[in-house]
Design a protein around this ligand. Structure first.
Ligand code: SAH
Ligand code: SF4
Ligand code: F3S
Length: 503
């Protein structure tokens, strides 16, 4: 039984299970909700069977993501019968999009909470447990009011933070905007996240400072179109470039990143900021989506392939060593083999560091589903997806091979995935299951993972205590996704690892 808030609620074990799918925005939302619930006395469990409170933080961007959540929910029907005090909640984008439909499809769900109502979650969990009956908190649909009315129904949720929910203890996301007003015809996000709203620079700077005081070294600024950020504060206009400058000198912060960029808003002031501010990652994720003008027009992306090329050339000119990555959708309605080939051409020409490739998924509530049939067969979508991925991997591997022999400053993230798996297997062999394999890092060298300033993944052997520091790594091998290297040992330091390089 929890104290305070939960006094009136019936007995429950205070264990919370949360599953998060979707983008970094969702990862951040989960972190914030968990932080708030911890304050109410909840603790996290990774075993759904052990939890009296279950939350799914959902994504609606493709059908597949929703389908997975609905089948997870289906499986919980029986567990609910056995545990009448269990509360099951669906939060995030699918909650905002499907609303009551979730109760219809999964009648044992107690809570549906949209992206703009997350601060209601602790209260709603209590109410659902003490009074039973369903609870729903969602924002206005985009057509249910003026832009200002809809915008004020989507509240940016940025309360306390929870270090245990971060990718690593020293990497944190910071939301600088919510929502999106671009309305690409295939995309559900403007409906699930509401109108575009930028947070005041003062608040952001304060949050970055607090995070740095908690030991965070790398901050990733988040926005659906992060480079569209625009706020007037005390009579001064702040764009993303101004914001980066404002937070750049925060003591303790070693790296700043920002995702995701909108090609049309990739202005020169931003490129100059990336060039001149040493802590800013030389990495730009600027999704092209397609290499064909007719498809881009259908998508209502607001640029032509020529304009994307021009933007890409400006990046190359101002930031010759920066890495650029992209997203592509294959099989958008009306995509012919010829238009698809043009996307491959763009990949060949721009030589992206990596591309996230998606098969078009018609989304209810979007323009595209109303206007056009989903006319590219699944089989062709799959083939195009695989082929495009092969091309991208081939390019990534070639470009990575050119980096063999170079030395990079790497921010060490921790033990690599494969080393962690090996450690876990070894522990099992010894009939010992570690609670948390990262909690007590082994003292000797093990395979570590980190990223270069261009966001390239690097693995190398080193002491796990280097996590959270910068280290110099010489590259001697590569695959399409990973550089392999070793720590540069300076002769003056009589030790097997160099001291972390803190610039
Ligand atoms: N705000 C970001 C991306 C948000 S969604 C941006 O505009 O770049 C992440 C990616 O999912 C998109 O870049 C797009 O490539 C893909 N996506 C969005 N809607 C999709 C759909 N209906 N079907 C397939 N992929 C989609
Ligand atoms: Fe979706 Fe387009 Fe907005 Fe990105 S810019 S979130 S793809 S509507
Ligand atoms: Fe998915 Fe919502 Fe992010 S739809 S991609 S979780 S903004």
């Amino acid at each position: 039984m929890l104290d305070g808030h939960a006094m009136s609620a019936p007995e429950h074990n205070g264990k919370l299970y949360i599953e998060t799918v979707g983008c970094q925005m969702n990862m951040l939302d989960s972190e914030l909700v968990v932080a708030e619930l911890r304050k109410q006395g909840f603790s996290l469990t990774s075993d759904v069977k052990d939890a009296d409170t279950i939350l799914f933080n959902t994504c609606s961007v493709r059908d597949h993501a929703e389908h997975k959540i609905y089948s997870q929910l289906g499986r919980l029907k029986f567990s609910k019968r056995a545990r009448p005090n269990q509360v099951i909640g669906v939060m995030g984008c699918m909650a905002q999009k499907d609303q009551e439909l979730i109760f219809n499809r999964a009648p044992h769900v107690d809570l549906v909470v949209g992206t703009g109502q997350l601060k209601e979650i602790p209260r709603l969990i209590d109410e659902a447990r003490s009074e039973r009956g369903r609870r729903m908190a969602v924002s206005l649909d985009r057509k249910e009011g003026s832009r200002a009315e809809v915008a004020s129904s989507f509240e940016s949720y940025d309360p306390a933070r929870d270090p245990t929910m971060r990718p690593t203890p020293f990497q944190a996301f910071v939301r600088i905007m919510i929502g999106c007003d671009k309305f690409c015809t295939y995309c559900v996000v403007p409906m699930t996240r509401g109108p575009e709203q930028s947070r005041p620079p003062r608040e952001i700077a304060h949050e970055v400072k607090l995070l740095a005081q908690q030991g965070v070294k790398e901050v990733t600024l988040l926005g659906q179109t992060v480079n569209s950020y625009k706020v007037t504060q005390d009579g001064k206009l702040f764009r993303l470039s101004d914001l980066l400058e404002l937070i750049h000198d925060t003591a303790g912060i070693l790296r700043l990143k920002f995702v995701t960029n909108y090609p049309r808003d990739m202005t020169d002031d931003l490129l100059q900021a990336v060039r001149d501010l040493p802590k800013v990652a030389q990495y730009l994720h600027v999704p092209a989506q397609s290499g064909c003008d007719e498809i881009l027009k259908r998508m209502k992306r607001g640029y032509t392939v020529g304009e994307y090329r021009e933007m890409h050339a400006r990046i190359r000119e101002k930031l010759p060593t920066a890495a650029v990555s992209s997203d592509f959708i294959v099989g958008m309605c009306g995509e012919t083999d010829e238009s698809y080939q043009k996307s491959l051409d763009l990949i060949r020409e721009c030589r992206f560091k990596n591309s996230f490739i998606f098969k078009y998924s018609p989304r209810p509530g979007t323009k595209a589903i109303d206007l056009w049939d989903d006319d590219v067969p699944e089989e062709i979508k799959r083939r195009r997806n695989n082929e495009m991925l092969d091309l991208q991997n081939h390019i990534s591997e070639e470009d990575n091979a050119n980096l063999i022999g170079s030395t990079f400053e790497v921010l060490v993230e921790g033990i690599s995935k494969s080393a962690r798996k090996a450690q876990a297997a070894e522990a099992l062999d010894d009939s010992f299951v570690p609670q948390n394999s990262e909690a007590e890092p082994a003292a000797g060298p093990t395979q570590l993972v980190g990223r270069t300033r261009c966001d390239r993944i690097v693995v190398f052997d080193g002491n796990p205590r280097l996590a959270g520091n910068l280290a110099e790594i010489a590259i001697h091998d590569c695959s399409a996704t990973t550089l392999m290297g070793s720590i540069v040992t300076h002769e003056s330091e009589h030790r097997s690892y160099s001291l972390p390089v803190v610039s």
